[in-house]
Every structure is written in structure tokens, then in C-alpha cells.
Design a protein around this ligand. Sequence first.
Ligand SMILES: NC(=O)c1ccc[n+]([C@@H]2O[C@H](COP(=O)([O-])OP(=O)(O)OC[C@H]3O[C@@H](n4cnc5c(N)ncnc54)[C@H](OP(=O)(O)O)[C@@H]3O)[C@@H](O)[C@H]2O)c1
Length: 267
Amino acid sequence: MSVPVSLAGRTALVTGASAGIGEAFARLLASQGANVFLVARREERLRMLANELEQEFGIRAEVCAVDLSRPGAAAEIVAAAERMRLDVDILVNNAGFAASKNFLNSDWAELNAEMQVMMTAVTELMHRFAPAMKERGYGRIINLASLAAFAPTAPSMLYTGIKAFVLNVSEAVDMELKPHGVFVTALCPGFTWSEFHDVQGTRELTDKLPDFMWHDAATVARAGLDAVMAGQPVCVPGVVNKTLAFTSRLLPERMRYMLGRAGRMVE
Ligand SMILES: NC(=O)c1ccc[n+]([C@@H]2O[C@H](COP(=O)([O-])OP(=O)(O)OC[C@H]3O[C@@H](n4cnc5c(N)ncnc54)[C@H](OP(=O)(O)O)[C@@H]3O)[C@@H](O)[C@H]2O)c1
């Protein structure tokens, strides 16, 4: 499947564009003619990517280096977009990470940062950008959830709950805004090649997983963009992942709990 319409003249904001799935989204959107507004902490990486995309695709690419774990971050991004006169038509809430520690071994600051980056900033950016999208009668929002949103609670503490929230809130906002031309998709990939597992410190473990469990970031981004353009509220890329998501939802709660606990013991 491929993206059916040109995005020429549209502007796409991508958080977490300095690596992995976010970088793949930035490349894909620029290749479709969209101007891109790239957000992450590593400014140098964003600037290099922006220059490359401007030269390759002749689009406008702007950057905003911001730490989304800071409570004022979403407001700063909106202010930067206004200063640069960027009307955001497409929002990709992608930035994220997972801590791999147990609850009591995590500092409150770490747990709070996970919630700020993947729940508060995601929700706040939607809340701040969606009114103008609604007014213009056009908006596309992709929120990175995860296959974990369907899974039994996993060893890395808050992550499954956070991604279940992202899935849930994406569907709720989609229901409210779809009649106004603003489509929201929760993109729920499984294991994807990126820096994610290096940051989490689980690379050695995940490298043991078979190849068929993995997708590359470009495939995931393409699936997400196709889904939001088609007005699909939830997208799980890949047949294996779709099957896992489906069967996991059919399990009785007690069995989900036991599976989650077994995962914890393995850890
Ligand atoms: N990879 C997977 O297997 C997988 C599976 C399911 C879902 N996901 C989800 O997909 C999304 C993207 O992950 P990825 O695999 O592409 O990981 P990645 O390669 O590690 O990229 C994560 C991105 O998020 C940004 N980021 C992290 N913390 C940030 C902060 N405090 N402020 C601003 N930006 C921040 C990073 O940029 P800076 O470090 O430059 O700030 C980076 O650009 C995440 O939401 C993740 O939960 C990943």
C-alpha cells in the first residue's frame, strides 16, 4: 500500500525526529512534499537531517531542540511554530523511550519523565494543535503507541500502561474530531530497528529475537502514514504483530496477569 495523495504544501511536525521511527517519518513526509518541523533534544542531528531533506526534496525544514520531559515543552513548540509561521497540518507524536528498571529502583524523576514525554506532551500537543486543524477542516495526527499497548503488563514498569493510554486517548480524540476532517491514528509497532533498545539497555536480550519479529523504521512509518490517510484509528504493522495484538485481547484478565508475571520472573 502507498500514500494516495501528495502532501505538497502541508506542514508536518515530528517529535523524536533525531533517530529511528521519527527520522523515518521525517524522510517519508518530506519525500511526499510536506514541509517538516523536527523536534528532539539533539539539535545537531536535527539540523543535519533538515539540511539533507531541504536539499533532496526542495521542501522547507525547520528544527526545534527541546526536552519534552520538561512541563513547558509543548507550549515552547507551539510558540516556535508561530514564530516561524508554520501551520501544522500533520502531527506525529513519536518521541519516546522505555526505562527497564523495576518500580522502586527508578527515581521519581525518571518515571515522571516517561509520563511527561509519552503521555502529557502527546496529549498537550494534540490539544494545542488540533483546534487550528479543526478550523481548517484538515488534520492528521499519528501517536506512537506500541504492540505493548495490547500486551500483558511487561517488566519495564510504566511503559505498557503509558502505551495503553496513548492507544485509548488516540481513539477518543479521533472519535471527536473525525467529523471535522481531523483523523487520529494510534500506531502500534512491535520490535523495530532503531536506537530504542540501546537507550533502554536491552539490546543484548532483544538481539536474540528472530528476524521475523522485527520491522525497519521506514516500513513502520509508511504503515502509519497510510493508516492515518485512510482514517484508520489503530494501526498494527505486520501480520505477526496483528495476530499477537488480536489474540492478546481475547485472553482472560487472569491469564494476562499470569503471563505478565511470568515475564517479570524471566527478567
Ligand atoms: N523501537 C521499537 O521497538 C518500538 C516499538 C514500539 C513502539 N515504539 C515507540 O516508537 C517511538 C519512537 O521510538 P524509536 O524506536 O524510534 O526510538 P529511538 O530510535 O530511541 O528514538 C527516540 C526518539 O525520541 C526522542 N526523545 C527521547 N526522549 C526525548 C525527550 N525527553 N525530549 C525530546 N525527544 C526525546 C529521541 O531524540 P533525542 O534523544 O535527540 O531527544 C529520538 O529522536 C517511541 O514512542 C517508542 O515508544 C518503538
